[in-house]
Design a protein around this ligand. Structure first.
Ligand SMILES: *Cc1c(COP(=O)(O)O)cnc(C)c1O
Length: 236
């Protein structure tokens, strides 16, 4: 079995290679290690191999690891779906929140940010596959939501995030990446208040190189770094 350190080095190299192949440099792509269900020890090991940004899914788990000092000297993102009642725990603690998909959530994040005197960077999550079971704003409603950011001075919209439908066939995944790339270019050109769109967060363990080649400049990789998550062992 390969170690977290070896895996992390391999994924860092693969990201750099894809960045170069797509005409950019390694620094243009941010690797976010999706560390859900992994103990602080594994975060330290991935960090020792050179990973600087970590993404958590659940607020409670994030709080516990934060309290244990797991992300000391590292950057922390919230990549999971966020409930409005958890907003106070993430604003100011997370450098970037990837999963904002409603005006209501924008409003709560902004209120909290103003309360503690910060500006909270966020991404808008797009439901690119139009799946009923998934969160995210519909592509057709993205422009309107983005324009609303102007009403919320505590937040800043830095870009878009997507979790495309799981497909066996990579060509279907590439189709979703392409939709996102176009949305990203389109939204980057708009000049709404409290928005500065330059992040495109897409691609996970199975397809992060393809995502980078399709224009992603942020990828979220868990399994390829930490190994398979053992959902049977603890909370699902
Ligand atoms: C877990 C997770 C990932 C990483 O998934 P892997 O397939 O393990 O790489 C990426 N993004 C989000 C939002 C996740 O919850």
């Amino acid at each position: 079995m390969s170690s977290v350190e070896e895996n992390a080095k391999r994924v860092i190299e693969a990201c750099a290679e894809a960045a170069v192949r797509s005409g950019r440099s390694a620094e243009d792509v941010t690797l976010v290690a999706a560390s859900k269900m992994n103990p602080a020890e594994n975060i330290r090991r991935a960090a020792a191999a050179g990973i600087k940004v970590f993404g958590e899914n659940r607020v409670q788990e994030m709080k516990e690891k934060l309290a244990a000092g797991a992300y000391e000297g590292l950057s922390l993102h919230m990549i999971g779906h966020l409930q409005t009642n958890k907003v106070k725990d993430v604003v100011g603690s997370c450098e970037l929140i990837h999963s904002v998909d409603s005006e209501k959530l924008m409003g709560r994040l902004s209120d909290r940010a103003l309360e503690i005197g910060v500006c909270q960077p966020i991404l808008l999550e797009v439901n690119v596959g139009g799946e009923l079971s998934k969160s995210g704003v519909e592509p057709a409603a993205l422009d309107e939501l983005c324009a609303k950011a102007g009403d919320y001075p505590g937040i800043k919209v830095m870009g878009l995030m997507a979790i495309p439908p799981v497909e066996q066939n990579i060509s279907k995944t590439l189709h979703y990446f392409e939709i996102m790339r176009k949305l990203f270019i389109d939204m980057s050109g708009k000049k709404y208040d409290n928005t500065d769109i330059y992040v495109l967060s897409m691609g996970m363990s199975a397809d992060y190189q393809e995502a980078i080649l399709a224009g992603a400049n942020m990828v979220r990789v868990g399994t390829a770094i930490f190994g398979a998550r053992n959902y049977g062992a603890g909370r699902a």
